[in-house]
Design a protein around this ligand. Structure first.
Ligand code: HEC
Length: 153
C-alpha cells in the first residue's frame, strides 16, 4: 500500500508547486500594475508662497469661520472657489482682509502676506469644485470628480 501512495503524493506536490508559482506570478504582475499605473488625479503642487499663505490661514484661524469643501466653521461662506468665482478673485479677497466685515475682523496683513493668502486660496481653488456638480457615480461605486487644470501643470 505504501509504495502505491508515493507517486500520488509526488503528483500533488508538483501541482501545489505549480499553483504556488502561478499565484506568485499573478501577485508580481498585479503589484507591478498597481505601482506603475498613474492615478487619475494630479493634485497640483503647492508653491512656497502658497505654503506661507497656508500658515497664515492656520495662524489666523480662518477655518473657525470659513470652509473648504464644506468643512470648517459656518459664520462665513465657503472659500474653496473664491478666486475663480465671477466678480470675486484676488482683489476681492484683499478687500475683505483689509476692511473686515460683520463678525470678520480686520486683519493687518502686509501686501506680501495678502499675496501669500491669495496664492494659497488660488492653490485650493485649483484642486476642484465645490459644490461639485460635475461628479459622476461610476458602476464600480466610486465617484469620479472633475478636477481643474492649474498653472502648475
Ligand atoms: C470670526 C469669523 C471670521 C474669521 C476668523 C474670518 N472670517 Fe472671513 N468672513 C467672515 C464672514 C461672516 C464673512 C461674510 C460676510 C458677508 O459677506 O456677509 C466673511 C467673508 C470673507 C470673504 C469674502 C467671501 C465671499 O464669498 O464674499 C473672504 C475672502 C474672507 N472672509 C477671507 C477670510 C480669511 C482669509 C480669513 C483668515 C485670515 C478670514 N476670512 C477669517 C467671518 C470670518
Amino acid at each position: 500500500m505504501e509504495n502505491q501512495d508515493r507517486p500520488i503524493l509526488e503528483v500533488n506536490t508538483n501541482l501545489y508547486r505549480t499553483i504556488l508559482l502561478v499565484l506568485v506570478a499573478v501577485f508580481l504582475c498585479y503589484t507591478y500594475v498597481v505601482y506603475t499605473t498613474k492615478t487619475e488625479t494630479d493634485i497640483p503642487q503647492m508653491t512656497e508662497e502658497a505654503l506661507r499663505g497656508q500658515i497664515l490661514w492656520q495662524e489666523n484661524n480662518c477655518t473657525a469661520c470659513h470652509q473648504f469643501y464644506g468643512l470648517g466653521g459656518y459664520l462665513g461662506p465657503d472659500l474653496t472657489n473664491i478666486i475663480s468665482t465671477e466678480n470675486k478673485g484676488p482683489q476681492y479677497v484683499k478687500a475683505f482682509l483689509n476692511s473686515g466685515i460683520k463678525v470678520m475682523p480686520k486683519f493687518n496683513f502686509s501686501e506680501a502676506e495678502m499675496e501669500e493668502i491669495v496664492a494659497f486660496l488660488t492653490y485650493v481653488d485649483g484642486t476642484g469644485y465645490f459644490p461639485n456638480k460635475q461628479a459622476r457615480l461610476k458602476n464600480t461605486g466610486w465617484v469620479e470628480l472633475k478636477y481643474k487644470k492649474t498653472r502648475n501643470e
